[in-house]
Design a protein around this ligand. Structure first.
Ligand code: NAP
Length: 473
């Protein structure tokens, strides 16, 4: 496998300073990758800009064929991709395999969707004119991605961008460049022409600035923290870039007295502990109505005790290491803050040992609004639970945040569920469902959780421009 940058159809960057990639489970050095900067970013933009002139003129059927082949290669390379992902970011191998399929499905789905980009004929107001709406690829796309889903967050952008006829410059997280490089290698093998896909790894501020300030880049699609999203939005304003921002979340899980409690516990486990709590849609705060409060905590604790912590490569592990030491420190700070402010520790609450970036799955009860974990992303395996009495109260608690990505509601009552969902401001809702993501559905947040949608036919529109044409006849 290459561990280089890929610009204009060449694997390059051997002479550059190196970025070290470590395994978060063992601390072991697993690879060295060239550390690119402004020069490499500009070369990649030039290549993508040149390639756009040809790629944008290919037919949707030609693009779909290459995307289909790329999808097949991802599936054929499932094990290698999954092992790479587990070794560079820690998630259990079974989850990494699941991500490979989820990621590949974005490519397959957009291969099909490429053939369904329709324009419009608009009724005319003048018998001597014909009015039409044409759709065109937006141009060169810059895609900046995070470490928590190193494959899926990338293909969710590559799929629609390439299907629409755009070319792309990828900048993956410095924590997880290897999965991204492998994906680009598979795309090369599938036969995408030179310059259509480029990958630059290295200094995020330098590469980011080069991508955001260059007028040849017409679209920036970013998944990551709200903090960085705000920087990109400011930089993008210089050249009025089209922007999609998939940013941080702070998902509430709302469990009503009339919930099916087993379903609510299973949904909470699925939402909260996947990827060791490091997903943007992870339930971050759990509100349980008073009558089932104690029973819910007992059942959840029973299930959480069964979760096995360890190296993601080992059989049966459910909770892998956190991405790095800073991740562990953030979780520890949130837990100590909650305990100092009066919450009760039910289970976990510490690292199992000094070695590795592990943190035990943790349950905290009697959480209150003033605690850090009830106000910002913990990004770790911690489930804080707060008691509530009325629907009005829980709607207020859920909405009392600048974030609006995902929310979960557990109730068997159609009227209670409908009422709550209508009143909460979140872009994605799982109703009796702890894992709502699907490639064919639009994914994205409200408020400071982002702009635009990925997935679904809506995800394709993000990479298309509309051109209105009035034809005099
Ligand atoms: P991050 O620190 O914002 O980094 C994301 C990407 O941005 C990385 O490639 C990073 O590169 C790059 N970056 C950092 N500073 C930059 C700058 N000044 N200019 C340009 N690029 C810059 O986020 P993360 O820690 O990787 O990911 C976790 C966050 O992502 C969480 O907040 C999570 O909620 C969010 N997320 C959101 C979604 C969603 O769909 N809404 C999905 C997954 C994750 P380096 O690594 O090289 O610094």
């Amino acid at each position: 496998m290459h561990n280089l940058l890929y610009i204009d159809g060449e694997w390059t960057g051997e002479a550059l300073e190196k970025l070290l990639v470590h395994n978060p489970a063992t601390g072991e050095l697993i690879s060295e990758v060239p550390k690119g900067g402004k020069k490499e970013a500009v070369a990649a933009i030039e290549a993508a800009d040149d390639a756009f002139k040809i790629w944008s003129k290919t037919t949707a059927f030609e693009r779909a064929k290459l995307l289909k082949r790329f999808y097949e290669l991802m599936i054929e390379n499932e094990t290698e991709l999954a092992e790479l992902m587990t070794s560079e970011m820690g998630k259990p191998l079974s989850e990494a395999r699941g991500e490979v399929h989820y990621a590949a499905n974005y490519i397959e789905w957009y291969a099909e969707e490429a053939k369904r980009v329709y324009g419009e004929t608009i009724p005319t107001h003048d018998s001597n004119k014909r009015l039409q709406l044409w759709k065109k690829p937006v141009g060169v796309v810059a895609a900046i991605t995070p470490w928590n889903f190193p494959a899926a967050m990338l293909t969710r952008k590559m799929g629609p961008a390439l299907a629409a006829g755009c070319t792309i410059v990828i900048k993956p997280s410095s924590e997880t460049p290897l999965t991204a490089i492998k994906l680009v290698q598979l795309a090369e093998e599938a036969g995408f022409p030179k310059g259509v896909i480029n990958i630059v790894i290295g200094s995020s501020s330098e590469i980011g600035e080069a991508l955001l300030l260059d007028s040849r880049v017409r679209k920036v699609t970013f998944t990551g923290s709200t903090e960085v999203g705000k920087i990109l939005m400011k930089q993008g304003s210089e050249t009025i870039k089209k922007l999609s921002l998939e940013l941080g979340g702070h998902a509430p899980i709302i469990v009503l007295d009339d919930a099916d409690i087993n379903r609510a516990v299973a949904g909470t486990i699925a939402s909260k502990f996947r990827n060791s709590g490091q997903t943007c849609v992870c339930g971050n705060r759990i509100y349980v109505q008073s009558k089932i409060y104690n029973k819910f905590i007992d059942l959840l604790t029973e299930r959480v005790r069964e979760l096995k912590v360890g190296n993601g490569m080992a059989e049966g592990v459910n909770i892998g290491p956190l991405i790095n030491k800073a991740g562990v420190e953030k979780v520890s700070t949130h837990v100590s803050d909650a305990l100092e402010k009066g919450a009760q520790l039910v289970y976990g609450g510490k690292q199992p040992s000094e070695k590795g970036n592990y943190y035990l799955p943790t349950i905290i009860k009697d959480a209150t609004n003033d605690m850090l974990m009830m106000n910002e992303e913990t990004f770790g395996p911690v489930a804080p639970i707060q008691k509530f009495e009325t629907i009005d109260e829980v709607v207020h608690l859920a909405n009392d945040t600048p974030f609006g990505l995902a929310a979960y509601v557990f109730t068997e009552s159609i009227s209670n569920g409908t009422r709550i969902i209508e009143e909460i401001d979140f872009g994605i809702v799982g109703w009796n469902d702890g894992a709502p993501s699907a490639v064919q559905a639009p994914f994205g947040g409200l408020k400071e959780s982002g702009l635009g949608r990925e997935g679904g036919h809506q995800g394709m529109d993000e990479f298309l421009e509309m051109q209105y044409v009035s034809i005099g006849i």
